[in-house]
Design a binder for this molecule. Structure first.
Ligand code: 4AD
Ligand code: MG
Length: 467
């Protein structure tokens, strides 16, 4: 076959130089037609759209034609011609075809319309479906949007460690990292494991958040963000929890809670706008296939100013709802950690737009949050979104050395883990704030997918680490 420089399908579909000879490479989605002419829908992943390859059967060898099956990989040389059919402007009149890889009928993606559950079982192949192609192209685009947003505003991308000896959230949901022989653990007289001989000489885990190290950076570089994998061994089998997820954590010196809320709102809106501007074909596909309200919801969030409301006021609204007969699965009272049904009630039923809830009871939030004068609440902020619930968690940080130390002691957090963090409050402490956006929660919102396992290529959840 003559060598012609390959054109990606996304670029090819924009071309109008009919009559040119082109080459495309990709995987066969469908093949249909008559005894004279076949139409092959070819996709190379560069776009949701396929290019139609028109094959005059008389011009091709029968053995070759037999190998052109759903899932097979082809290299096609042909003439770019104007399409007569509706839908696409151009197609390829095939002149030469090479089968790069055959695909037999055990290929599980023969037919359309597989369930999401089934596709999760073949996560190694599901990127070849329209749905997952769209989701993973959007995922890439969101990552680019995030870097661009912060870079354009003078934030520095700061790399925090994956392996750590401290539990940022203090929730005890960490995966241990060890090279010890688990059959032969050395223990002291109290039965505690001795880590002296372990790789790091102490107990270490996978990080649940880069925030603490992010604060070190913010109080030096001014404004930073992290964007990396985080790990939580929480045994929650929900459509919104992963054991391994990606988090974006900006941290800014001199920002108070209000600046923090402004940043969060501007940031999310920027990402949503980016998806509409740069991934419209994919978003439209997901809108039409799964979630007819998706585009409207995305545009809605851009229009609305987020509600800003103290937790205490939020509880009052929820208690009123209960008094008026609304049934929640979990109880509502001041001090409770809100369940996603509560968050979604505020957002979807009561305010009908995103809500930033602030000033939570200190007992249900992490040790590092700035303490309010009431002695009961902290300057926390959770951004709550339609269909998702909590999409962002953050706070102004406690900048006062003594107050922070007292809280650390109250919660029995071992000082050997925290001395370096406290140093920020000892040497030139300053007000500062930050938050964490769950990348997959953002993707749930932007793609309209119903389950968080379907917006990350290889989900890690309890009892599931395949691929
Ligand atoms: O609210 P979280 O636990 O906050 C922190 O980790 C802070 N250190 C962030 C900060 O202030 N720098 O988690 C932040 C966000 C949540 O709002 C949620 O979007 C996401 O991370 N998240 C998860 N996403 C998927 N699976 C899980 N198990 C998640 N846990 C939290
Ligand atoms: Mg949270």
């Amino acid at each position: 076959m003559e060598t012609i420089r390959r054109t990606k399908i996304v670029d090819l579909l924009k071309r109008r130089d009919f009559g040119s000879m082109v080459n495309v490479k990709g995987w066969v989605r469908t093949r249909r037609g008559s005894k004279q002419v076949n139409f092959i829908a070819l996709n190379d992943g560069s776009t949701i759209n396929n290019v139609q390859v028109v094959v005059d059967l008389a011009n091709f060898d029968e053995e070759l034609l037999k190998q052109i099956t759903t899932g097979s990989c082809l290299s096609v040389n042909g003439e770019l011609v104007e399409s007569v059919g509706a839908g696409q402007a151009c197609e390829i009149q095939a002149r030469a075809i090479e089968v790069l890889g055959v695909c037999d009928n055990t290929y599980p993606l023969q037919k359309k319309g597989h369930s999401m559950e089934f596709l999760r079982e073949i996560a190694h192949l599901r990127p070849r479906t329209n749905t997952f192609g769209a989701v993973f192209r959007i995922r890439h685009n969101m990552a680019i949007a995030i870097h661009k947003f912060f870079h354009d505003r003078g934030f520095f991308y700061f790399h925090t460690p994956i392996i750590t000896a401290s539990d940022c959230e203090g929730a005890g949901q960490m995966f241990q990292v060890t090279t010890m022989n688990l059959y032969d653990l050395k223990k002291n007289e109290n039965g505690s494991i001795i880590y002296d001989d372990d790789f790091f000489g102490k107990q270490t885990s996978l990080t649940v958040s880069g925030q603490l190290e992010g604060e070190l950076a913010a109080t030096a570089l001014g404004a930073i963000y992290t964007f990396g994998p985080t790990f939580r061994a929480e045994n929650s089998n929900t459509p919104r929890h992963l054991a391994e997820f990606w988090m974006i954590e900006p941290e800014v010196a001199f920002n108070d809670i209000n600046d923090n809320m402004d940043l969060a709102e501007e940031f999310i809106k920027y990402c949503v706008q980016w998806a509409l501007d740069n991934c419209y074909d994919d978003v439209k596909f997901l809108n039409d296939m799964f979630d007819k309200g998706l585009i409207e919801r995305l545009q809605g969030v851009l229009k609305e100013t987020f509600v800003r409301l103290p937790y205490t006021e939020g509880i009052k609204i929820l208690e009123e709802a209960v008094a008026n007969g609304h049934k929640f699965e979990f109880p509502v009272y001041w001090g409770v950690d809100l369940a996603s049904e509560h968050e979604r009630y505020l957002v979807e039923d009561h305010f009908k737009r995103p809500v930033i809830l602030t000033d939570y009871p200190k007992e249900i939030k992490a040790f590092y949050m700035k303490q309010n004068d009431d002695g009961k609440t902290v300057r926390a902020m959770d951004v709550l979104f339609p269909k998702i619930g909590e999409i962002i968690g953050g706070s102004e940080r406690e900048a006062d050395y003594n107050k922070l130390l007292t809280r650390i002691q109250e919660l029995n957090i071992p000082m050997k883990d925290m001395w370096w963090y406290l140093d920020t409050r000892k040497y030139g402490s300053c007000p500062h704030s930050g938050f964490g956006l769950g990348f997959e929660r953002l993707l749930l919102f932007v793609t309209g997918m119903a389950n968080i396992r379907d917006v990350i290529p290889f989900p890690r959840t309890p009892r599931n680490a395949e691929f």
